[in-house]
Design a protein around this ligand. Structure first.
Ligand SMILES: NC(=[NH2+])NCCC[C@H](N)C(=O)O
Length: 580
């Protein structure tokens, strides 16, 4: 069963009941089983509503037939028809307890790998050479890393590729300016120099036609493979790569130099791609440029929009590279699904690239391609995030700030020594930056607020990390390790609610992985942590008057909570220290 979800298991029973009672066939997923927060109800089945028309009976009658025919012996305690035709289901305590107990020995915590693994090529981070990474790249990096972890855990094959902007016309002006400044291929300039250099080169390019002309010639030399030019270009790429790796290191992101498939990587494929598009009759010359016109895209005047594959001067652009990219990953690398984690402003670009790729057969019905767009990070005033001095925020400084702020929070209550505190401050600070990003619906803009990010209450990583640390502290104090065959007892509503919440990891992973929506996993983990808090406050564990078998059961629930929180945070790329 995909993902090992209780809802799907119930769905299979409902499907069998419908077959028995009314002779209709549905899949377990079509039974539409949803968790319910109603008193005494664990899940609700909405199948009767959608099936009423098909079977020609009122929804309540269909619901009644489900209830009458449901094989509920082991799994279900009570069922009832409710409202216009829902079936309310309460699981049996014995089944729930047995299922929860079984999780203790299960490394995957109930999440089955998908039966039909796909081959994903995941484009994320993708910063630009000779520029520092900015907050947009931060979002791409964080979201992409979470998707990589989620999809791999779900059982898919995922190959990351970092589509670094390392080619194109800006390199002409950059190299010319660097030469003017006496820069040599082995000179020791750092990327922060380069950032300033970029702006200076741009200014010179705009103001000085002679310089602009030299720059254009330099582009031709670069693209023509002139060795001296390439040597300078390589230095720029290496310098930048060092900076990117520093940021990835701070973030604990696995992207390596081997995952770099920058724009330049596709150079050898461009001519052939254009020849292929031409041979397939998909190109048209418009204003001197070779273009593809995918249907359905037009400008404000209603004229068809071109995807330019070769400019009038013979040069290639961003779109050409992206067509070659799609062709490469589905063709040479045999990937089935292409994901691009890039800001929402590029939505139209990707829609057009995908449409043209489908026309050319680089994407077929067996492939999916998706632009995983995201909004902007806003400052506390609701505008573009800036430093206090009003400059644009440097990513490295932002991350250092996060760790410093976390260090203050940790120092307030930690009994750890200085080294351990520093490690925890990193886990908390970097975790907070990631979680603030991932817990929001990625399509939306969000406001970056230090105080909210590091709050110990509410939907924050700190709250989840504290809940996990509390679990570890109880387990350590108990002096025992819960054994796999311990019986789980669900004597109180808080224990029952916690067991139920622990069984919902598979559904949360599925929801997050299939919709490429990490915030769905965040929402689940937050719910689990609050359910645990209620259990912790209401159910004493180590008090001397707690019967031994009750204590043992509560320790199992505590150990499982920690296991699920730790795994869940890991899937988001966030550390879960045992002690804070
Ligand atoms: N295949 C792609 N176009 N990936 C995204 C590249 C993002 C680009 N370097 C930017 O900073 O905007």
């Amino acid at each position: 069963m995909a993902y090992g979800d209780v809802g799907i298991e119930l769905g299979a029973r409902v499907a069998a009941a419908l077959r028995r009672g009314l002779g209709v066939e549905i899949t377990p997923a079509e039974a539409v089983i949803r968790p319910s927060t109603r008193d005494g109800v664990d899940y609700q089945c909405n199948a009767a509503m959608s099936l009423a028309k098909k079977v020609g009976k009122p929804p309540r009658e269909v619901a009644r037939s489900i209830v009458d025919n449901l094989d509920s012996a082991d799994l279900v305690a009570t069922t009832e028809v409710a409202g216009p035709g829902f079936v309310n289901i309460r699981l049996s305590d014995a089944w729930l307890a047995g299922r929860a107990a079984a999780l203790l020995g299960d490394d995957r915590l109930g999440v089955d790998p998908v039966p039909d693994p796909r081959r994903y090529a995941l484009d994320y981070s993708s910063p630009n050479v000779a520029k520092e990474m900015h907050v947009g790249h931060l979002r791409s990096t964080i979201i992409g890393d979470a998707l990589l972890r989620l999809l791999r855990f779900a059982g898919h094959e995922v190959t990351p590729h970092n589509h670094v902007g390392d080619w194109g016309t800006p390199f002409g002006m950059l190299i010319e300016h660097l030469l003017d400044e006496g820069w040599t291929p082995d000179g020791g300039h750092s990327i922060s120099d380069l950032n300033g250099f970029y702006q200076a080169a741009r200014a010179k390019f705009d103001a000085d036609p002679v310089f602009a002309d030299r720059s254009r010639k330099r582009v031709v030399a670069l693209q023509g493979g002139d060795e001296a030019t390439l040597a300078l270009w390589r230095r720029l790429v290496e310098e930048s790569s060092r900076h990117f790796q520093k940021v990835y290191g701070m973030l604990g992101i696995e992207l390596t130099p081997e995952d770099m498939y920058g724009e330049s990587f596709y150079n050898p494929y461009l001519d052939d791609t254009i020849a292929d598009l031409e041979a397939k009759g998909l190109t048209r010359v418009s204003d001197g440029a070779v273009c593809v016109f995918p249907p359905g895209f037009s400008n404000r005047e209603g004229e068809p929009l071109p995807l330019i594959v070769r400019k009038g001067d013979g040069g290639y652009g961003y779109a050409t590279t992206d067509l070659a990219t799609a062709r490469y990953w589905t063709g040479e690398r045999g990937m089935t699904d292409l994901l691009y984690v890039v800001g929402t402003p590029q939505a139209q670009h990707f829609a057009m690239v995908f449409a043209a790729s489908r026309m050319a057969g680089y994407l077929t019905d067996d492939h999916t391609a998706e632009h995983i767009g995201f909004g902007s990070i806003l400052g506390e005033d609701g505008k573009t995030i800036r430093t206090r001095a009003g400059g644009s925020v440097k990513l490295v400084e932002l991350l250092e700030d996060a760790v410093d702020n976390a260090a203050k929070t940790v120092a307030e209550r930690s009994s750890l020594d200085a080294d351990a505190q520093a490690a925890v401050a990193r886990a908390v600070g970097i975790g907070a930056v990631k979680y603030a990003d991932l817990s929001n619906d990625r399509e939306k803009d969000y406001v970056f607020t230090w105080s909210r990010m590091l709050a110990k209450e509410g939907n924050t990583s700190v709250y989840l990390q504290y809940a996990n640390a509390r679990c570890h502290s109880v387990l350590a104090k108990s002096g025992t390790t819960p054994a796999a065959d311990t019986e789980v007892l669900l004597g109180s509503p808080a224990e029952r609610a916690l067991a139920l919440a622990l069984l919902r990891l598979p559904a949360a992973v599925e929801a997050a992985a299939t919709a490429y929506a990490p915030h769905k996993l965040c929402g689940y983990l937050y719910e689990l942590a609050t359910t645990f808090t209620a259990f912790y406050d209401g159910c004493p564990i180590l008090k001397p008057d707690v019967p031994a078998e009750v204590r043992a059961s509560r320790l199992v629930l505590t150990a499982l909570t920690s296991a699920v929180l730790t795994r869940g945070l890991e899937l988001l790329g966030i550390e879960a220290p045992r002690e804070l």
